[in-house]
Design a protein around this ligand. Structure first.
Ligand code: CA
Ligand code: CA
Ligand code: CA
Length: 352
């Protein structure tokens, strides 16, 4: 009984602390990724494939295995995007562009996006990028429209990117450089990419990635300023988006410009995300053509092993009795492709 009373006291303390915080920050989006699961009131989990095709054994196939919900997990207050490389032989299966599952999980990553749309503002992400070449650690805003009213299809693509790896002075792949791109469309003359030097970002430490997006206002020129660890590394004044977009975070496998993923798995980790809107006059409403496509319909609920909608002791007992069956991803809360007492312990901790 003493232990329960202690847990109860701790629980009350924690709940009252979070209420105070929420009241002070009505306009700011913030998530520090505590708990076992993504906050589904804030985030969508992507399940889709992009990045082009290659010819393999005479067949045209998608180059990568897309992004899947199984590669998105929360542990110890961090959000993990797992990337499965060419040497991966585990149980996960990637997804093709046509929605079918692949034979293996190679070149398969994970991605999420905010449910809400944001325009001008300061976007700050504390992250530890994947230290491997062959995959891309990415943070980006995105708004996409297709207009069929004229003779030719007109695509609007308002986007701001932070992508690793970048390119060094000799055009070699580099994790000490970052691709910073601003977009308003998909044409060659509708985006601008720079690859500034930003010190070694694959040093195994968390760094703060921030961009201040100005859509234009009295005394504010349209521009995007990129700050890493509070140091200005680049400013773009060209092709600056104005339409509100979703903020995406993820790890994926580009076909030609990131290198070869000759590893089993790697991780892109996020500690927190904070968006502080500026509400500048240049902000425009979003008008996305496909806002509801490409998301995981039924979320994986980590810890809810028996899939009854709640995480409790019954779920822990199922793991201890090795009865996880069809809900493997729900039970494998630490994403090590095993279900054992390590998972039960994490779930137990989450209940107090
Ligand atoms: Ca955190
Ligand atoms: Ca349950
Ligand atoms: Ca596990």
């Amino acid at each position: 009984m003493k232990v329960i009373a202690k847990f109860l006291a701790l629980f009350i303390l924690m709940s009252s602390a979070s209420v105070t915080y929420a009241e002070e920050n009505t306009d700011v989006f913030y998530d520090d990724f505590s708990g076992l699961n993504l906050d589904s009131s804030k985030w969508l989990t992507a399940e889709k494939n992009w990045g082009g095709t290659i010819v393999e054994n005479g067949q045209t196939v998608d180059y990568n295995g897309g992004v899947i919900a199984e590669n998105v997990s929360l542990q110890n207050g961090k959000l993990f995007f797992t990337g499965c490389g060419d040497l991966y032989i585990g149980a996960k299966r990637g997804i093709n562009r046509n929605g079918t599952y692949r034979e293996n999980g190679k070149r398969c990553g994970g991605a999420i996006a905010t449910k809400d749309y944001f325009a001008s503002g300061s976007y700050e992400i504390s992250a530890k990028i994947a230290p491997e070449l062959g995959c891309c650690s990415a943070m980006w805003t995105f708004e996409y429209e297709e207009d069929y009213s004229g003779d030719t299809l007109k695509v609007t693509n308002h986007e701001i990117d932070i992508e690793f790896p970048g390119r060094d002075e000799n055009n070699e792949l580099s994790l000490s450089h970052c691709l910073c791109t601003t977009w308003v469309g998909e044409g060659e003359d509708e985006h601008k990419t720079a690859s500034p030097y930003c010190k070694n970002q694959a040093d195994g430490k968390f760094h703060t990635y921030r961009f201040d997006w100005h859509t234009g206002d009295d005394g504010e020129t349209k521009r995007v300023e990129y700050y890493f660890d509070d140091e200005l590394i680049y400013t773009s004044y060209d092709h600056i988006p104005t339409n509100a977009g979703r903020l995406w975070l993820g790890l994926w496998f580009p076909r030609y410009w990131a290198g070869t993923p000759d590893f089993e798995t790697t991780n892109f980790e996020i500690d927190y995300v904070k968006i502080t809107p500026f509400h500048e006059k240049g902000d425009k409403e979003q008008n996305e053509s496909y806002p509801n496509g490409g998301w995981r319909k039924q979320n994986i609920v980590r810890g809810d092993v028996n899939n009854d909608g709640s995480v409790d002791l019954r779920d822990i007992i199922m793991i201890e009795k090795r009865e996880v069956n069809g809900y493997f991803a729900n039970a494998d809360v630490n994403d090590d492709e095993k279900t054992d007492s390590k998972d039960s312990y994490i779930i137990l901790k989450s209940l107090v």
